[in-house]
Design a protein around this ligand. Structure first.
Ligand code: GLY
Length: 426
């Protein structure tokens, strides 16, 4: 018997700001008591401890709590086949099967898919041995990108400017994965990077608003890469012509490829796109929601997320028209001092109850003796909406200043790089 999601319970898997945003959005229409998060964090109501790599334990939890739907936040359980596992049960798990999840899990697989199906992307060569790539590195003067094939928690991509940097990257990869590891060498594209994230049921793709992550630690896009220091949506330079080009050169060829390869893909699809001198080109697919992108995308989505999930699972996504809130959304991420390297945990977070004009999505937090404590590198997301990007930025920073914990750190220029460009040109 087919279940109706509005009379059902759902379990979200994951523990970050992305999962808090998912739980917040689903609770609006399903009710808080019907939305469980495994393992969740200190800010997500109805969080329960869980090893999300243990599919049998998740199944047992769902049976005990009469949960009929699962929404998978991070990529690792998808790459390990969680959807295939639950497809053999009566619990409906949204996400690509293990075979389809290779679009994120294997960079070589995904680039070969892009090439085969005419998706606009940079030229590349695949290798299985570091020695074999040395000639190419010299021919390209080291001005290239090296990507380890497998999942690497954001650490397997090396953007190089010269031969020495490329050789250092190969050396680091060799130490990490061995000399005979699969990897890619590809042309470097310089430009504006955006995240285009949507849903698919294998018959259609429906996109959310375009967003832009701020990956580097410090203002002015300097310092080491992180899991994202802030994000905005929509991007101010978005226009119909850009949307049409991305649809024609990236989104539709991807959908045709999914169909031609007979992939069983019902879930979230994320296009990491660089807009360079040749127009938009696809850098990578992810097969799940982005973090921190989700923290602005879900507040900006008017449509009931539960309806979208059910439509994806039923193969009826084409019948849904996504609707969006007006204005701009900005998320400033507060991190622990020292992140992305080593940092201390366990500091009390103060001022959360002073925040009035923003949503706070928790990431690395926990509750102990009634206090909210830091429990990770990425601690909180402060998300504000404004009629203009400038007002969204001001609001986010005003509210951010009300929250504090020892050694907290956040960028002061989220959204401003593009905003300055737009002001200059307008
Ligand atoms: N924001 C980048 C990612 O989720 O992979």
């Amino acid at each position: 018997m087919q279940t109706n999601i509005h009379n059902s319970k759902i379990a979200i898997l994951g523990s970050g700001g992305r999962e808090h945003a998912l739980a917040w959005k689903l609770a609006k229409t399903l009710g808080q008591e019907s939305v469980f998060t495994l393992p969740g964090n200190g800010g997500i109501p109805n969080s329960h401890p869980m090893d999300i790599g243990n599919f049998d334990a998740i199944k047992a939890f769902c049976e005990t709590h009469q949960i009929d739907y699962i929404f998978v936040g991070p990529e690792v359980p998808l790459a390990e086949g969680i959807v295939d596992f639950f497809n053999k049960t009566s619990i409906r798990a949204l996400g690509p099967t293990k075979a389809a999840a290779q679009l994120e899990g294997s960079k070589v697989f995904s680039k070969q898919f892009m090439q085969k199906h005419g998706v606009s992307t940079a030229s590349f060569q695949a290798f299985n041995d570091i020695e074999d790539a040395l000639d190419l590195v010299h021919q390209m003067d080291g001005d290239l990108v090296i990507k380890y094939d497998g999942l690497a928690a954001g650490k397997g991509v090396y953007v190089c400017d010269n031969v020495q940097e490329a050789l250092d990257a190969l050396e680091e990869m060799q130490q990490q994965y061995g000399a005979s590891c699969p990897f890619l060498v590809e042309d470097k594209i310089v430009g504006d990077e955006i995240s285009i994230i949507g849903f698919t049921d294998g018959n259609a793709i429906k996109l959310l608003l375009p967003s832009q992550d701020h990956k580097q630690l410090n203002d002015g896009d300097t310092g080491p890469n992180t899991g994202g220091m802030g994000v905005m949506c929509p991007v101010p330079f978005w226009n119909e012509a850009l949307a049409a080009t991305i649809d024609e050169k990236i989104v539709q060829p991807t959908l045709r490829g999914i169909q031609a390869e007979k992939m069983d893909y019902k879930g979230v699809i994320y296009f990491g796109i660089m807009i360079g001198t040749n127009g938009p080109e696809l850098l990578e697919y992810n097969v799940r929601f982005g973090d921190p992108e989700t923290e602005v995308l879900l507040p900006s989505l008017k449509t009931d997320l539960a309806v979208v999930i059910e439509a994806c699972l039923d193969g009826e996504l084409a019948s849904i028209d996504l609707e969006f809130e007006s204005g701009y959304f900005v998320d400033v991420v507060q991190v622990s001092g020292g992140y992305p390297k080593s940092y201390k945990k366990g500091y009390e977070i103060k001022g959360l109850n002073q925040v009035q004009d923003a949503i706070v999505f928790h990431a690395g937090t926990k509750i102990e003796n009634g206090k909210v404590l830091t429990n990770g590198g990425r601690v909180l997301n402060v998300v504000a909406q404004g009629t203009s990007l400038a007002t969204a930025i001001d609001k986010a920073y005003n509210e951010c200043a009300k929250v504090s914990f020892q050694d907290n750190f956040y960028r002061k220029d989220i959204g401003q790089r593009v905003y300055k460009v737009v002001s200059k040109n307008s």
